[in-house]
Design a protein around this ligand. Sequence first.
Ligand SMILES: NC(=O)c1ccc[n+]([C@@H]2O[C@H](COP(=O)([O-])OP(=O)(O)OC[C@H]3O[C@@H](n4cnc5c(N)ncnc54)[C@H](OP(=O)(O)O)[C@@H]3O)[C@@H](O)[C@H]2O)c1
Length: 299
Amino acid sequence: MPAKIIDGKKISDQIKTEIKASIEKDFLPKNVRPGLAAVIVGDDPASQVYVSSKRKACEYVGVHSDVFNFPSDISEMELISVIEKLNHDDKFHGILVQQPLPPHIDQKRINLVIDPNKDVDGFHPINFGKLLAGDECFVPCTPAGIIELLKRHKIETVGKHVVVLGRSNIVGKPIAALLIQKSPNANSTVTICHSATKNIGEFSRSADILIAAIGQPEFVTANMVSENCVVIDVGINRIEDPSAEKKYRLVGDVKYDEVSKKVEFITPVPGGVGPMTIAMLLKNTLIAASKFYNINLNA
Ligand SMILES: NC(=O)c1ccc[n+]([C@@H]2O[C@H](COP(=O)([O-])OP(=O)(O)OC[C@H]3O[C@@H](n4cnc5c(N)ncnc54)[C@H](OP(=O)(O)O)[C@@H]3O)[C@@H](O)[C@H]2O)c1
């Protein structure tokens, strides 16, 4: 039987509608709205595309957003002073610094400068530490989106074996840290695999939930998964395709055509995890603004 598709586009649209409604009900009557500052350094085309779709999503839900563009030769000190100004600007409740940054700028140093209360990407070590400790914090958007996809599809995680491929700070480690917590929508047994893991297939075949975040096109094949598996494909990879208009197409880390014929649930690429990342960025911005204005979102 073909897998059931986890439609990230549809769920992200639902979340955006919920955020829009909350802004109209909780913020606008008080004459305030959440604000997001996006900082972008250099002219990397992919970064420009990401920031522009984040901006469009902000506009749709009613989040005020400004994009701050800087040339790739901006110094680290200049960038730090830009972020410090944004930390003190009450129009913005969330700040994101689009990655990648040029090599002369230390990403970790930049993460440290963002006010943890405005750190809607969840990269500041204070938020990272709280995440591991199971405390309330800003959760990085892609892992938060994965949890939301599982939750809204009522996919059980308690007691399940989750295998995460990849251990990056933005996906692999935080999704593992979320799923090991003793809490609903988590409480899983988690295995993390990476480039030094031997026989990845042995781990992935024993997964109830497989989360692939390695950036290797179509790495996960049908013989690496079991029939009842839920497959979450985080990868976004461009591969050459002379027949496509742009001469490339996007594929995930999972060989979708064959794996989707075998497993129980699967996320497509595009249209799976990707749209959720933006929706969760808006959600984090809404939460940051609600704290700033002392607004109870559940009232
Ligand atoms: N959907 C979204 O919104 C979204 C968001 C973020 C990222 N992504 C995509 O997700 C993918 C991963 O992103 P990332 O930022 O986490 O990547 P990353 O920082 O490059 O990390 C990749 C991880 O995968 C591991 N890895 C690489 N090749 C491997 C292999 N052959 N076998 C086992 N492990 C391997 C690496 O191991 P080592 O640690 O040993 O090097 C590393 O831990 C990319 O395709 C990216 O574009 C999508």
